[in-house]
Design a binder for this molecule. Structure first.
Ligand code: NAD
Length: 330
């Protein structure tokens, strides 16, 4: 059972990793936090954790990171929102080195439980062509035709976890995260995802008094968005469960990008003129999480409303934009 012995969080300087380290420390667990970035670029640094800078694409670094740990959470990946993954397919696929070497270290060094963060990008395009997506079921991942680059790496790594479990007896757990958002994540620079990007653009419009917002696509593409607290709670529940097959971890509150903008405008107390950029990357047309299996297997599913999560996220993004205002807005 997780809870005894040290826990490794790989990708701890990132968005979800930083929140997970915080949660594990609150539980009284002993945490080793590892990321490739210099520490001043980590979203959160927890002094109570053992913080290491390592490039986990290398086998030696993975041995160093995994040595002495009972549980491993692999949240390390070279990734970002649609703007990043559509134009960096090879870089996304190279994250396969991280999962491969971490799994080998986990097997060789006697790790008890291994968690892998997969993605809704494993689902085939042919099931995501309509905006009123009824929800992707776990079985929909096959026949496979995932997002090129990033999605193929995730699907391959999922299967690698499965075969390490079946052939080598390593206990593995896999979640397919659907669009996670919240504070202390990427909000600018090209890797940010839709909720952070929309919060940033609204905050920029408010601070710069421009009255306008630019939206990628026609605004009618649909998604569901999961607040970070639900993501961390679900990840902990799955790790301690006996569920071996990949499960969705996502919200099933489906909205269009236009609706997302309207919610953020409401939080900010503004109404903006919308410019639609039809040449920008948009990803699939409609994506939603089907939560029947997670509810059945874990007796739990994400429940924090988009409005509540965005309230907290917008406040945090606004502070970042305001702090950078002289160079960012005019
Ligand atoms: P993030 O980019 O904020 O964090 C990933 C971290 O991994 C970064 O800090 C990065 O520096 C680190 N990393 C990259 N290469 C590394 C290497 N070679 N060695 C060590 N660390 C390395 O991303 P996130 O949003 O926190 O996502 C965490 C995981 O969840 C990723 O595997 C991602 O693919 C998956 N996921 C996230 C979402 C989402 O909406 N955020 C959705 C689906 C899946």
């Amino acid at each position: 059972m997780s809870g005894d012995g040290q826990v490794l969080v790989a990708g701890a300087g990132g968005f979800i990793g930083g929140h997970l380290v915080s949660r594990l420390l609150t539980e009284g667990q002993v945490v080793r936090a590892v990321d490739v970035k210099p520490q001043d670029e980590w979203f959160q640094v927890h002094d109570e954790a053992e913080n290491l800078i390592l490039d986990l694409r290398s086998a030696d670094a993975c041995d160093r990171a995994v040595a002495g740990t009972a549980d491993v959470y692999n949240l390390a990946a070279d990734m970002g929102g649609m703007g990043f993954i559509e134009s960096n397919k090879a870089l996304c696929m190279l994250s396969v080195l991280i999962n491969t070497h971490l799994l080998m270290s986990a097997r060789n060094l006697g790790v008890e439980r291994y968690f892998y963060a997969s993605s809704a990008c494993v689902y085939p395009d042919y099931r995501q062509r309509e905006t009123d997506n009824p929800g992707l079921k776990e079985g929909d991942a096959y026949p496979a035709m995932p997002e090129d680059g990033y999605g193929w790496e995730k699907l391959f790594s999922e299967r690698l976890c499965r075969h390490f479990r079946e052939d080598f007896g390593l206990t593995t757990r896999v979640f397919r995260y659907h669009n996670v958002y919240g504070e202390n994540g990427t909000w600018t620079g090209g890797r940010e995802k839709a909720p952070a990007a929309i919060c940033r653009k609204v905050a920029e419009a408010v601070i710069g008094e421009t009255g306008r917002i630019s939206i990628w696509g026609d605004g009618r593409q649909s998604r569901s968005f999961m607040y970070i607290d639900d993501c961390v709670e679900g990840t902990r529940r799955l790790m301690d469960s006996d569920v071996a097959e990949p499960l969705n971890l996502g919200s099933d509150e489906l909205v269009t990008i236009d609706e997302l903008v309207t919610i953020v405008e409401g939080i900010a107390g503004v109404k903006l003129d919308r410019d639609y950029d039809l040449s920008a990357p948009q990803g699939v047309r409609g994506r939603n999480s089907d939560n029947e299996l997670i509810t059945e297997r874990l007796g739990w599913a994400p429940a924090i409303s988009l409005r509540d999560g965005l309230e907290r996220t917008y406040r945090w993004v606004y502070e970042q934009v305001a702090a950078n205002a002289p160079s960012r807005v005019g």
